[in-house]
Design a protein around this ligand. Structure first.
Ligand SMILES: CC(C)(COP(=O)(O)OP(=O)(O)OC[C@H]1O[C@@H](n2cnc3c(N)ncnc32)[C@H](O)[C@@H]1OP(=O)(O)O)[C@@H](O)C(=O)NCCC(=O)NCCS
Length: 175
């Protein structure tokens, strides 16, 4: 495979991230968004994550952004502060080459370093074998399924919850 790099995302990456996500919104069921957010909205989301102390990575091949992964608050109330929800998206052309796995492994390591303890992925669509597969390979456990809670492309869709114990016990406030 050509040179793959996983590195922290920068604002200059956001046009590429916006395109990757827009394709997933328009054509996929992993996200239940129906209208692709524009660059300004993706920038607002990115800044909120970075300002909140959450990690955001891109994967590049030969210097081109081909995927990204980030973690954010699972829920805003402070008792959830050790728990993050993650997202990972790749350009369709480079699926199943191990890049999603490498993005996730970097994200998990960074979340551990930042003191987070639980990571939850909320996966659109029980048929999303790629997402369920990569999370399972990272050690996530199946928590359960909310059947038929989304409606996209003319059909009802499940939400699948999977969860990873990142490490340790959250007995100390995170740094
Ligand atoms: C989910 C996604 C990020 C996975 O990334 P990827 O680079 O294609 O996956 P990888 O090649 O790293 O796969 C790692 C492992 O996950 C599993 N896996 C990945 N894709 C799979 C598929 N389609 N079916 C079954 N298992 C799969 C396999 O165990 C695989 O290991 P293997 O290839 O050695 O068997 C990618 O498919 C994607 O962007 N999908 C669309 C958006 C999406 O669903 N995002 C997740 C939102 S929560």
């Amino acid at each position: 495979m050509s040179a793959l790099e996983i590195r922290p995302a920068a604002e200059a990456d956001l046009p590429f991230i916006t395109d990757i996500y827009a394709h997933a919104v328009r054509h996929g069921t992993a996200t239940f968004e129906l209208i692709p957010p524009d660059l300004a909205e993706m920038t607002r989301r990115f800044r909120a994550l970075i300002d909140g102390g959450f990690p955001y990575f891109v994967a590049t091949l030969e210097g081109q952004v081909v995927g990204y992964a980030y973690a954010g608050a699972y829920r805003p109330r402070p008792a959830y502060r050790f728990t993050v929800e993650n997202s990972v998206y790749l350009q369709p052309a480079i699926h199943r080459r191990g890049i999603g796995l490498q993005l996730m492994q970097r994200l998990i390591a960074e979340c551990e370093a930042r003191g987070f303890r639980q990571m939850i992925a909320v996966i659109g669509d029980s048929a999303n074998a790629g997402s369920i597969g990569v999370h399972t390979k990272c050690g996530f456990q199946m928590i359960g399924t909310h059947p038929n809670v989304g409606f996209k492309f003319g059909r009802f869709l499940d939400l699948v919850f999977v969860q990873l114990l990142i490490s340790g016990t959250p007995t100390e406030p995170r740094p």
